[in-house]
Design a protein around this ligand. Structure first.
Ligand SMILES: NC(=O)c1ccc[n+]([C@@H]2O[C@H](COP(=O)([O-])OP(=O)(O)OC[C@H]3O[C@@H](n4cnc5c(N)ncnc54)[C@H](O)[C@@H]3O)[C@@H](O)[C@H]2O)c1
Length: 227
């Protein structure tokens, strides 16, 4: 049975990824600041924490870097601490996780698959979230760089760029009719996406069905990025 670790597995997209992968026959471990029952406590910015969790769940065949935070502030009011925390949770987190599994796979002369959760904002910026947009763009770049470097070992590193998905992270925006109307004006599908629609893309990128897919940023956004 292939094994996978999912960060952010305690809520929203990550929780659904855990459910879908388990149903597909994966042995699933979740890691989160607030882990689900049986999951592992992890702050993705914590280097020692990553090693502790990887030691506990190893061996792995896949890693899904899904943990994330989102808040809003105009550029001129954005505090340095908020900018740096956003970069750390998302970018440092993806770096530490990808480095951790890559080192172990290389030592064992085997390979695996990493899926990083970026965002449509990596390619289509929105106002009021400079830190989030920057972090998600960096995840897309980290994904390409890691894919190029690890490709010769057989390891694949891909990213998904979700559009607007119904989760606790977006509950405030989707509770505001004006925000919802603005968001949906960007989405040719004319509706909000569901976590299951991201989880199925994660499942594909982890699987052998994607054996020749490496370094992509796959939009799963109802067509937002096509516009
Ligand atoms: N919901 C959307 O519309 C949307 C769109 C694009 C991208 N994303 C991305 O998808 C991912 C999942 O988001 P979601 O919508 O499911 O949000 P969510 O808030 O439901 O889940 C995020 C999870 O990450 C965990 N987390 C936060 N900081 C952490 C840290 N430092 N270490 C470990 N865990 C941490 C939280 O505890 C939570 O369980 C995030 O990376 C988010 O940026 C979401």
């Amino acid at each position: 049975m292939p094994a996978v670790l999912v960060t952010g597995g305690g809520s929203g997209i990550g929780a659904e990824v855990c459910r879908v992968l388990a149903a597909a026959g994966w042995q699933v471990a979740a890691a989160d600041l607030r882990p689900p029952e049986g999951g592992h406590e992890l702050d993705t910015t914590d280097e020692a924490g990553w090693e502790r969790v990887l030691d506990a769940v190893w061996p792995l065949d896949g890693l899904v870097n899904c943990a994330g935070i989102r808040d809003r502030a105009p550029l001129e009011e954005l505090e340095l601490a908020a900018f740096e925390r956003m970069m750390a949770v998302h970018v440092t987190g993806c770096f530490l996780g990808t480095r951790g599994v890559a080192r172990r796979w290389r030592t064992e002369e085997r390979s695996g698959a990493v899926v990083n959760i970026s965002s449509v904002t990596a390619t289509h910026a929105v106002a009021g979230q400079v830190h989030y947009v920057t972090a998600k763009g960096a995840i897309a770049a980290l994904t390409r760089a890691a894919a190029v470097e690890l490709g010769p070992t057989g390891t694949r590193v891909n990213a998904i760029a979700p559009g607007i998905i119904r989760t606790p992270m977006t509950a405030d925006r989707l509770g505001d009719p004006d925000q919802t109307a603005w968001l949906l004006s960007r989405v040719p599908a004319g509706r909000v996406g569901e976590p299951a629609e991201i989880a199925s893309a994660v499942q594909f990128l982890l699987s052998d069905a994607a054996s020749y897919v490496n370094g992509v940023l796959l939009p799963v956004d109802g067509g937002w990025a096509a516009g």
